[in-house]
Design a protein around this ligand. Structure first.
Ligand code: CA
Length: 258
């Protein structure tokens, strides 16, 4: 039995008791060994405390020992909670990365839509030959641009009905189409062509047969630079007929800029 000293845990007492020899001989326990044993007990989380000789000291030790045990238990609990929180933070980080990727994709789509709806110049027109009345246009001694005077639309104001000419203000790819109705004579005599500056692009031709109500159309998709002129030319000595039905038309629009 130890006669003096602070109360110790059961395991420590047992260890100290077994330190006596087989013959009950008292053996010396150094202070370093005592500290080592105490640290091992605390580290293992064993909290089995029993009263010693001094009740006052016991109560104080119990309180101290109990507090140490709670501290160890609390640290263990905090560690477990930290582990759970760490997993949740990692999961949230993955979701944030996914959301950032989706946000980037959405921003690119918005920019593309803006370039289509607001960033591209809007150019489109459509017109018919006669503003009113009926009858033939032509013949003329020289090839002459047809002046389509009944304007259905002219967004961008690039088409001039007083000259019949579309003049590009922006460089890009354009679509143009025109139609022709012959001159109602028993022998038709109608030829018109789509022109780009002085270049003949496409034509409609009707100069033979007995059918006086033929008509046709043609079109082209062409690149233009600012300043290029596009119009429909009536060949020299030819003529076309129109009335309120608007058979002869000239239309075009910008597909995309270049
Ligand atoms: Ca014909």
């Amino acid at each position: 039995m130890l006669e003096t000293g602070p109360p110790v845990c059961t395991h420590m007492q047992e260890n100290l008791q077994t330190s006596r020899g087989f013959r009950g001989e008292k053996q010396t326990i150094t202070s370093r060994e005592m500290k080592t044993i105490a640290v091992l007990i605390l580290a293992s989380g064993l909290c089995l405390c029993e009263p010693g000789n001094d009740e006052n000291n016991d109560r104080a030790f119990q309180r101290s020992s109990s507090t140490s045990c709670c501290d160890v238990c609390s640290l263990t609990s905090i560690g477990e909670k930290m582990g759970v929180l760490g997993e949740k933070v990692a999961s949230m980080a993955e979701r944030i990365t996914l959301l950032e990727t989706k946000l980037g994709d959405t921003e690119r789509e918005v920019l593309e839509l803006r370039s289509i709806t607001g960033g591209t110049p809007r150019v489109a027109f459509s017109a018919a030959l006669l503003d009113s009345g009926s009858g033939n246009t032509g013949p003329f001694s020289v090839a002459t641009p047809l002046k389509y005077k009944k304007v259905f639309s002219n967004t961008g104001n690039n088409y001039n009905p007083s000259t019949g000419t579309f003049t590009a203000t922006v460089s890009g790819m354009y679509f143009f189409r025109f139609s022709m109705f012959n001159n109602l004579a028993q022998t038709p005599n109608s030829v018109v062509s789509l022109m780009k500056n002085d270049e003949r692009l496409t034509s409609v031709w009707d100069v033979s047969g007995s059918d006086s109500n033929d008509m046709g159309s043609n079109a082209a998709v062409i690149p233009l630079v600012a300043g290029d002129a596009v119009y429909v030319e009536l060949m020299a000595s030819r003529l076309v007929y129109d009335d309120g039905m608007n058979y002869n038309t000239f239309s075009g629009f910008l597909l995309f800029t270049m």
